[in-house]
Design a protein around this ligand. Structure first.
Ligand SMILES: [Fe+2]
Ligand SMILES: [Fe+2]
Length: 352
């Protein structure tokens, strides 16, 4: 593939690949696919606070925070201190209870979802969107359950409920629209990658991608001043977000996400995606975490949304290899992600 001169200056691209050796042919190929997309799509030109990525660095980065950061908590206390986080959203619990009962029927699941008019309306809009790409209009929840299956409905209920739980920004430092755009794009990409691999249970990969960075929101909520320090350090150093978190807090958002997944007794696939998306190839390697990790890297590189990460890991090539996926898959993948995120973001993110 040709490495051509940039037609439009893209200051973000250089930062994103700053820890990658572009002499590696596969990384060069990936870089080129990303460059072509970003040249057409200007979404990647904004940072985590929604400001232009090449704008002046915040003045605050030159002085210490106005207030002393919070006392450092231990990891376990972060998830346990919030009544809303002690158990998963009620609708998800109800659906899972029915699914796990061998005497249950799809009709019962449809009944539970129908009890929540807001959720029902949202689910129907999503079911009829490019996210699933059905030709026929699906106009009732019972039909949606029949066509999609109870697991898919349960995942949609969990995903949309968690998005509502964290809809308001826990900190002025993070643009929540961009955060959820990044998360949704990651879920969409993880689902597509798992589909390419013919993995079972695509909805689990979607939800894993959607929630992979939720630990950041919990840290933002309870440790806003530490979060400010972390964001500054990420901006002013060449470290990855999780490395900076470990440096300052002694733990990272993936560990917080894992603690939440354990607390909520979420399936292992989700635990792997939330807890290991920055260490997918650590022995023993995890295919679930690798899919989420690759999806996270791809959407970060493309600049779809933003959750504070500034750089991609050169490990992406090992993950492509581990999953036996060619970099050339980007040609098929990128238009699909782009179309699905464009058509569905407002459906997932809307408050109604
Ligand atoms: Fe992450
Ligand atoms: Fe992420």
């Amino acid at each position: 593939m040709n490495s051509s001169a940039a037609v439009t200056p893209d200051p973000g691209l250089e930062i994103i690949f700053s820890r990658c050796d572009l002499a590696h042919p596969l990384l060069r190929e990936f870089h080129e696919a990303v460059r072509v997309f970003r040249e057409r799509d200007q979404r990647g030109q904004r940072d985590h606070a929604g400001a232009p990525v090449d704008g002046p660095a915040p003045q605050a980065s030159e002085r210490p925070p106005a207030e002393m950061p919070e006392a450092k908590p231990d990891l376990a206390s972060l998830v346990h201190r919030d009544a809303e986080l002690v158990s998963p959203p009620d609708i998800f619990l109800q659906i899972e209870k029915v699914i796990n009962d061998p005497r249950s029927s799809a009709r019962q699941v449809a009944h539970i979802v129908s009890q929540d008019p807001g959720l029902s309306a949202k689910v129907l809009k999503i079911v009829n969107s490019a996210f699933f790409g059905f030709q026929q209009q699906i106009d009732t929840i019972s039909r949606a359950v029949t066509i999609l299956g109870t697991r898919e409905l349960s995942s949609l209920a969990l995903g949309t409920s968690v998005m509502s739980l964290f809809r308001e920004s826990p900190s002025s430092l993070m643009h929540m629209g961009l955060f959820w755009e990044h998360s949704l794009a990651c879920g969409i990409c993880a689902r597509l990658l798992a589909g390419f691999k013919n993995f079972q249970g695509l909805e689990r990969f979607f939800i894993s991608g959607l929630l992979h960075d939720v630990g950041k929101l919990i840290i933002f909520k309870y440790l806003p001043r530490w979060s400010e320090i972390v964001l500054r350090s990420v901006r002013d150093s060449d470290l990855f977000y999780y490395e900076v978190e470990r440096q300052h807090l002694g733990f990272d958002h993936a560990q917080v996400g894992l603690a939440l997944a354990e607390q909520w007794k979420l399936p292992t696939t989700l635990e792997q995606g939330l807890g290991r998306h920055h260490e997918a190839l650590r022995v023993p390697p995890s295919a679930e975490a690798a899919v989420v990790s690759l999806a996270d890297t791809i959407v970060n590189a493309l600049g779809l949304g933003n959750s504070g990460e500034r750089r991609i890991s050169p490990d992406i090539i090992h993950i492509f290899e581990f999953l036996s996926l060619p970099v050339g898959i980007m040609e098929n993948l990128v238009p699909l992600i782009s179309r699905q995120i464009e058509e569905t973001f407002h459906l997932f993110y809307s408050s109604t």
